[in-house]
Design a protein around this ligand. Structure first.
Ligand SMILES: O=P(O)(O)OC[C@H]1O[C@](O)(CO)[C@@H](O)[C@@H]1O
Length: 568
């Protein structure tokens, strides 16, 4: 069943009551589906005019289904049982959620760590097919990964053109190069941006080859398309968009809590959509992907979204529900304060509950984010600050091999460096440096961003420090694996509100790996990405604590300990 269930309480319900009637009067929903590029102001018109084709994908993507099914059968006949996806951000986050939800395996390689890449290219190569997905065709991580696989297949005596499938925009540099080299190329709709591309070839090809029922995704999106295009107060996307960006005062931390949803890892996909779409011009909504146990009302700028299983919605337990039919939303009138969980500030809180099938929710959140962009007064379709980090990384790559700046000090197996202000003070140990950074945190609006350029499989335990830092600071903490987050929350960190403090963790690889045909190695590349991002954050006045592990095991233990006690 694809019905969308959305309810709201507290400040979110107030935002809905305030803004949805105006959105209806302005016919925002029907104009989005009519691909009206005027909805976000003159400055956004050019980009919006080539970034709205996602509204029709539930129909226009259908011709892909036969091609995907045939290719899957061909590969299986060739002994392929492992699908690897090389892609960053919008070119890999949707397949990751689609396959996890469908319970089918896919290896998502969205890292430039030499150890991670080496593991991906040296595991079961003879049984593997690789989808190389890049809209622009110029993302260096994806190009480097492709080169590594091309070389590995060749060395294994396997013709790479029989095992590498390319998904890219028509006319991209990768499109021409791949076709000339004899690769199979599947073009995606060029009028859809990466973070809106879940129902394009970027989302469907890798997922379908891995065995997910991608036709059902399109069916589920199709079932709710008319509802989401309706200029009606029951339109779930108008209400979700108003709840996201219309609270007063603005609650700009959107805490995404897995409260039983069948859509596995949905928060990681929504994180890029929301952060990269809204985080610019000093504004934006920060997605905070929390674990299910996270307290739901703990700071006054929190807007909590509980992602529930389809059909688990509240059945009018407050009696305030307006008539709710399966495919609509009911915005509860804000009940008495005691009906919504109190938080430690006595704030009555803001809570949205969302349920629905994955295909329906892809479209729901895409429309809601476009609505939120209009309410925030920003262009939800560009990512102006991402390029600055890429440019800084390229600059550092050109200097590859040159000496790295000296650390402020070394504590055991951790080199400590600081940027973005003279906030270190007299700190001379790792815990005291963490404490000094947290001392820069604005207690009413700030957030902590942990950015780990490590191995999200073998170092997965590190993610738990987010909860410790939250418990210690009472402020939102985001955790991103580098360089993957650069294509998700990275835009927000640099272009959004200047209230983040940043902890970057890097490590010496166990063994470096050449990028075939390039003048840099994977180790040099990921180090340049980290250095470039830190440099740009500091240029934006953000305090950055850079922690570099000289011995992976011992250094990681020190960092986990320091971030878990947070200098307490
Ligand atoms: O698909 P491409 O062009 O390789 O881009 C990957 C990702 O990088 C960005 O362009 C910038 O982060 C995202 O919008 C996109 O999803």
């Amino acid at each position: 069943m694809s019905s969308l269930e959305v309810t709201a309480r507290g400040a979110a319900a107030d935002a809905i009551s305030t803004h949805v009637p105006v959105l209806v009067d302005d016919r925002v929903a029907s104009r989005i589906f009519a691909q009206d590029a005027d909805l976000w102001g003159a400055a956004a018109h050019e980009e919006a005019s080539k970034r709205l084709s996602w509204v029709g994908l539930s129909r226009t993507s259908r011709p892909l289904l036969g091609e995907i099914a045939a290719l899957r059968e061909e590969l299986r006949g060739d002994g392929v049982s492992r699908i690897v996806l090389c892609g960053m951000g919008g070119s890999s986050l949707a397949p990751e959620v689609i396959c996890a939800t469908a319970g089918v395996d896919i290896v998502v390689l969205d890292s430039s760590s030499p150890d991670v890449v080496r593991r991906a290219v040296s595991t079961d190569l003879k049984k593997s097919a690789v989808v190389v997905s890049s809209k622009s065709g110029s993302t260096v991580e994806t190009d480097s990964q492709r080169r590594a696989f091309e070389s590995a297949f060749t060395q294994a005596g396997i013709d790479p053109t029989t095992r590498i499938i390319v998904v890219t925009d028509p006319g991209s540099p990768l499109d021409a190069e791949a076709r000339a080299a004899g690769y199979r190329v599947i073009n995606a709709d060029p009028d859809v941006g990466g973070r809106y591309s879940a129902l394009t070839a970027f989302g469907l090809v890798p997922s379908g080859l891995a065995g997910a029922d991608v036709g059902a995704l399109l069916d589920d999106a199709e079932l709710v398309a008319d509802l989401l295009a309706a200029d009606e107060e029951g339109n779930p996307a108008l209400r979700l968009g108003a709840a996201m960006a219309g609270t007063k005062p603005l609650r700009d931390k959107l805490v995404l809590v897995d409260a039983g949803t069948e859509n596995v890892g949905f928060g990681a996909w929504a994180e890029q959509l929301i952060a990269e779409s809204t985080g610019k011009d000093g504004k934006g909504i920060l997605p905070v992907v929390a674990d299910g146990e996270a307290p739901t009302h703990t700071y006054a700028d929190a807007n909590v979204v509980r992602l529930i299983a389809t059909g688990d919605g509240d059945e009018g337990d407050d009696g305030d529900l307006t008539e709710r039919h399966p495919d609509s939303i009911a915005a509860e009138q804000p009940g008495p304060a005691d009906e919504t969980p109190e938080d430690h500030t006595g704030d009555s809180g803001s809570l949205v509950t969302v349920g629905g099938s994955l295909g329906a929710q892809f479209l729901l959140w895409e429309v809601a984010t476009a609505v939120a962009g209009r309410l925030l007064g920003i262009n939800p379709f560009d990512q102006p600050d991402v390029e600055s980090a890429k440019k800084a990384a390229r600059g550092l790559l050109d200097q590859a091999g040159s000496s790295v700046e000296e650390p402020a000090f070394v504590d055991g197996s951790v080199e400590v460096r600081t940027l973005g202000g003279d906030w270190l003070g007299g700190a001379s140990s790792l815990p005291s440096a963490v404490s000094a950074l947290l001392g820069e945190l604005d207690e009413s609006s700030g957030y902590v961003a942990v950015m780990a350029y490590l191995d999200r499989e073998t170092d997965a335990e590190l993610e738990q420090v987010a909860r410790s830092l939250f418990d210690h600071t009472g402020r939102p903490v985001t955790f991103g694996w580098g360089p993957r987050f650069l294509h998700s929350t990275g835009q927000y960190h640099k272009g959004g509100p200047a209230n983040g403090v940043f902890i970057q963790i890097t490590a010496e690889p166990s063994e470096d790996l050449a990028v075939p045909g390039r003048e840099f190695t994977f180790g040099e590349f990921i180090a340049a990405q980290a250095g470039g991002d830190a440099q740009v954050l500091a240029e934006h006045g953000r305090p950055v604590l850079r922690l570099h592990l000289t011995d992976h095991g011992r250094g990681l233990g020190q960092v986990q300990s320091a971030l878990s006690t947070s200098g307490a």
